[in-house]
Design a protein around this ligand. Sequence first.
Ligand SMILES: Nc1ncnc2c1ncn2[C@@H]1O[C@H](COP(=O)(O)OP(=O)(O)O)[C@@H](O)[C@H]1O
Ligand code: SF4
Ligand SMILES: [Mg+2]
Length: 366
Amino acid sequence: MTAVPILKIEDLRTYFHSRSKQAFIRSVDGVSLEVMKGQTLGVVGESGSGKSVTALSVLGLVSAGPGVISGKIGLRSDRIQKDLLEGLGEFVKLTTKDGKIMEVSKDVAGWRRGAERIMSKVRGKEIAMTFQNPGSSLNPFTPVGKQITEAIRLHTSTKTEREAKERALSWLHRVKIDSPRLRFDHYPYGLSGGMCQRIMIAMALASEPSLLITDEPTTGLDATIQSKIVDLLEELKSELGITTMLISHDISIISQLSDSVAVMYGGTVFEYGPTKEVLSKRGNSKHPYTSALLASIPSAQNIREKRYLQAIEGDVLDTINIPTGCRFYSRCSRMTERIRERCVGHEPDLRETGSRHKVRCWLYFD
Ligand SMILES: Nc1ncnc2c1ncn2[C@@H]1O[C@H](COP(=O)(O)OP(=O)(O)O)[C@@H](O)[C@H]1O
Ligand code: SF4
Ligand SMILES: [Mg+2]
């Protein structure tokens, strides 16, 4: 059976104003990716590469301006087939110079009304998201069981309160919360970070969404708790066949859980394809940034020799001053004299180098 995309993002751009308001922070700058039904797409990249803003843009949750300014976000679930940005283009006027967006004039109120109309049927119900900081994302004033019950009542066809409560309890059980009946009445502040993450996952899945977006599900947790959350996500994937967009800066987690992967940097996708190819240490046509990320994974040998982490040299790209050429130019250690001019002067496209494998780097295109 050929996999079909449930989510197809095309050339998405989400900008913010810089502090001085004189320039744009181009947080998401032409991102295209697909999440296939029943599969997990991993989105990986250093902090600040635009992963969370991509996810928040999909859910219409970017509140600061100008925010989402162009692109398509196609959702194709059993219940809804729609471009989530349909008709919103009329609220934005872009002024470009040499293909680069220089000015944005946006009717923010009009966009927001239009987006809310579309998103009210989608957010929470078709696409559910768990956030990096579960403790502050859960409602502190409502017991966790009640929060899950409310999500079930709101988003599923469950008829009675009693039935919804039973389902909430079974979700607590499913995400391996110990003593679910006891925890049901607990408030988030009484629970550990790992437990809050499990509750968030339960709440997201209890709405029976077509797509789960989970943003940094293990960040900020102790190593042992992290590996338990990874085990849980793996189990949920194999038992329930959930379609997931998994966001993490941790390449080991992405490599363990995803079928395909998008490597992001400076607001754009540098490499994209089947995880086995993109993240295998032996693969050939690999983006220098992906190679650097892979080299930063602490291997057993590195740990033995106490060479814990080989960090990537240089700073993450400042997306206010995007260079004309390759965004990775200033940190790249594999650029050759033969391609230097192109690396400096022209941004490479994301192009196929193999079956479903795409790379944005001049090394592979003569
Ligand atoms: N509300 C905002 N206002 C201004 N800049 C933002 C805002 N949200 C995110 N950014 C900037 O956008 C870039 C991408 O952020 P983000 O998507 O959160 O990165 P990641 O999730 O990959 O760590 C960062 O430079 C961040 O500072
Ligand atoms: S395009 Fe050039 S600078 Fe950019 S990653 Fe490839 S080799 Fe390095
Ligand atoms: Mg993030």
